[in-house]
Design a protein. Structure first.
Length: 714
């Protein structure tokens, strides 16, 4: 007898790794409402939903595909390798306002990473109704952790065995039995319900009607036969409204009874009460006793075009709210492109996205995603606006264009010789108009021929307004950023001069808040008999501070060139700053080095004290006597101090952005900097500069800019 192969481990499908059983068992054990598993894309830093359980995927549709850097619990959990717990709607609004905007309901959420120390696979989340305790119990934490370990084992095994891991059918309870020919007890119940004077409907989790009694059909004005199997808001279009959907979503997500009143055209008001359960909802419909005097959330008898396309929802109110919230966080053009690619393109079924602007009478590609041939897309960059191509025509006229097939595109634009060169088969080109003027064009491309019904065209045109406003802000931000960066680079020395007997190294990091420009400066000047160095900090980090910084740096150089000593340079610069009436002040350290004598003379104006590392490795804080900040007192005096600067010594000059951090004592911060300075005397000066800045200063949030200047006597 031939050997019988053993069954796949843990109920995995042969040839494919199955994650659904683990998720289903976890939700059942924790009595949770819903959950989902995300997998990290192998080609880009994106999390993609593999399976959802407990609720229809439409509840999480704005987050089916997430950038790893997104501010959402599952992305945070994987990025930071920790459990993220959100105990309710208040905490959700505080930490994740975009989610709270789309789902403003009382529910709790736990998100955990699916990862080892070396490999990231994805993440999962689990939700409970708002009645859950504010804290996770030890049992829940253990079960969540155990489930993640099982999922990681499956994913690791699948990777080793080269088995596919991909989207799986969502896990939803089966609809309840509604067969009238069921056992006599059920049939009797159906007859009893049929006699009730108010309407009763059964809805599955998707909103499809599984049962309706005669009174429901009479109250809705729709035959019962037409109700069964239909979506409630499709059968009764006057219920297709974001306000009514909100009540439906609230009932499912919170497991609490919700109600609303709606107007059945032309003038009948009905009361709706939703009773949620694990496998759907029960709906009670009755005439409303109170006649409302205000219009309902939407115009009766109309269908919002963003809601329904060919019997399916194209973009839900959740998508719109999530996109609006996301676009308010977009800073630059690249952020806008990425957000539209992550949030909108998947929702409308598009595989490719291109965003274009114009400058100098030519098209410029601002960003693109999803095209199989990047070179074919990039060739449109720099195309004249007069060229006979859709993007240029749309940008010039402000009228959207839709092409359902390559043949249609070729027929309308016959000069386009290679209609399928970008690898796509349908396109939607839409203008981006903000403040009444075009700021760009966005193109959605589809891998297969795609029809664009009138409702879908209306949706895309409406979304263009949101995107256009964000793009206009982003273009302005990028322009200001380039201006600020160029100004900053022009005001700081492009390089430090070579000085006999001295090595130098310098670093500048702009503030991450505001325009990323500041008033910190440094300079090194070589004269005929000495070397001069200065570092300073003008109040503020904006264009005014940067401009004043340039004037002060120029003044220091000029006073140095005419032969003034350290104290005189400080006094002259102070008088200049007062004469300028800039209403800003500055701190500064100025020093003159005499290499033949191994000495230096310093003057200080309200600046943090320099650090000196001696040749034996000991570090000294040069807390020297000095004068007030520049620009405060017209008659201020700045005393000088002479300090030994022997061969092998390292002098560290810095601005307060390096040591001043919220909640940190300045003395402790200065002591910590001194500890970092102590080290290998032979360490290259550039390496020492990077080490003194540290990872936190270089990569983290900086409320103030940072300047650092190092001198070593050789």
């Amino acid at each position: 007898m031939a050997d019988v192969p053993p069954p796949p481990p843990e109920s995995e499908t042969p040839g494919r790794s199955s994650l659904s059983p683990v998720l289903a068992a976890l939700l059942d054990d924790l009595h949770a409402l819903s959950g989902a598993i995300y997998l990290l894309s192998p080609t880009e830093p994106v999390l993609e939903m593999a399976v959802m359980a407990g609720l229809p995927r439409v509840f999480a549709s704005p987050w089916e595909r997430l950038g790893l850097g997104s501010s959402v619990p599952v992305a945070d959990a994987l990025r930071e390798r920790r459990l993220v717990w959100v105990s309710g709607e208040v905490e959700m609004a505080h930490h994740y306002p975009r989610i709270a905007t789309v789902l403003p309901y009382p529910f709790s959420m736990a998100a955990l990473p699916l990862a080892t120390e070396d490999t990231a696979y994805g993440a999962l989340f689990v939700t409970w109704p708002g009645t859950h305790s504010p804290q996770l119990s030890d049992h829940e934490r253990h079960r969540l952790t155990t489930a993640c370990e099982r999922l990681v084992e499956r994913l690791a095994r699948a990777a080793t065995e080269h088995r596919p891991v991909g989207p799986e059918p969502d896990l939803l309870p089966p609809p309840p039995e509604t067969d009238p020919d069921a056992p006599s007890g059920a049939a009797a119940a159906l007859r009893a319900v049929a006699r009730l004077p108010y309407g009763l409907c059964g809805l599955d989790l998707h909103g499809r009607i599984t049962f309706a009694n005669r009174a429901a059909g009479e109250l809705l004005g729709i035959p019962v036969a037409d109700l069964r199997g239909a979506l409630l808001w499709t059968a009764a279009p006057w219920l297709n409204d974001p306000g009514y959907e909100d009540r439906y979503r609230a009932a499912l997500l919170t497991r609490e009874v919700t109600t609303f009143v709606a107007l059945r055209p032309p003038g009948t008001w009905l009361s709706f009460r939703l009773y949620p359960g694990e496998d759907g909802l029960s709906l009670r419909i009755a005439p409303s006793r109170a006649v409302a005097r205000e219009d309902p959330p939407g115009r009766a008898g109309t269908v919002d075009p963003s809601r329904q396309v060919g019997g399916r929802r194209l973009v839900t109110i959740g998508h719109v709210l999530n996109l609006a919230g996301a676009l308010t966080e977009a800073v630059g053009v690249e952020d806008v492109v990425q957000l539209v690619a992550d949030e909108i393109a998947p929702a409308v079924g598009s595989q490719g996205l291109m965003m274009l602007g114009s400058h100098g009478g030519r098209l410029h590609i601002l960003g693109h995603r999803g095209f199989p041939d990047d070179e074919a897309v990039e060739r449109w960059n720099g195309t004249p606006l007069t060229a006979p191509i859709p993007s240029a025509h749309v940008l010039a006229t402000g009228v959207p264009a839709f092409f359902e097939s390559p043949e249609q595109l070729e027929r309308l634009y016959p000069l386009r010789t290679t209609p399928t060169s970008d690898g796509m088969a349908a396109w939607a080109c839409l203008p981006l108009i903000a403040s009444g003027r075009p700021v760009g064009t966005w193109v959605l491309a589809y891998a297969q021929p795609h029809a664009f019904p009138a409702d879908e065209r209306a949706v895309l045109t409406s979304l263009s307004g949101l995107i256009a406003q964000a793009l206009e802000r982003a273009l302005l931000y990028d322009a200001k950023h380039r201006l600020a960066h160029g100004l900053q680079q022009a005001l700081l020395p492009p390089s430090l001069p070579a000085l006999p007997g001295l090595e130098t190294a310098a670093r500048y990091l702009p503030a991450t808040q505001g325009m990323e420009i500041g008033g910190d400066f440094y300079d090194v000047v070589r004269t005929h008999d000495r070397a001069v160095a200065a570092i300073g900090d003008v109040q503020g980090h904006n264009v005014t501070a940067a401009g004043l910084m340039g004037q002060i740096r120029t003044a220091v150089r000029a006073y140095t060139t005419v032969g003034q000593g350290p104290g005189e340079v400080m006094r002259s610069t102070n008088r200049l700053l007062i004469d300028l009436r800039a209403d800003l002040f500055a701190s500064c350290v100025y020093l003159s080095v005499d290499r033949e004598r191994g000495r230096m003379v310093l003057a200080r104006a309200g600046h943090p004290p320099p650090l000196l590392r001696r040749p034996d490795g000991q570090v000294r804080v040069l807390d020297l006597a000095g004068g007030p900040l520049l620009g405060i007192q017209e008659a201020a005096v700045y005393p000088t101090v002479e300090v030994a600067f022997p061969r092998g010594s390292v002098l560290v000059l810095y601005t307060d952005g390096l040591i001043e951090k919220p909640g940190t004592d300045l003395d402790e911060a200065l002591a910590e900097l001194a500890e970092r300075l102590a080290g290998d005397p032979g360490e290259p000066l550039d390496a020492l500069a990077d080490r003194l800045l540290g990872r936190g200063a270089a990569d983290g949030e900086r409320p103030d800019d940072v300047a650092l200047l190092l001198l070593r006597a050789v």
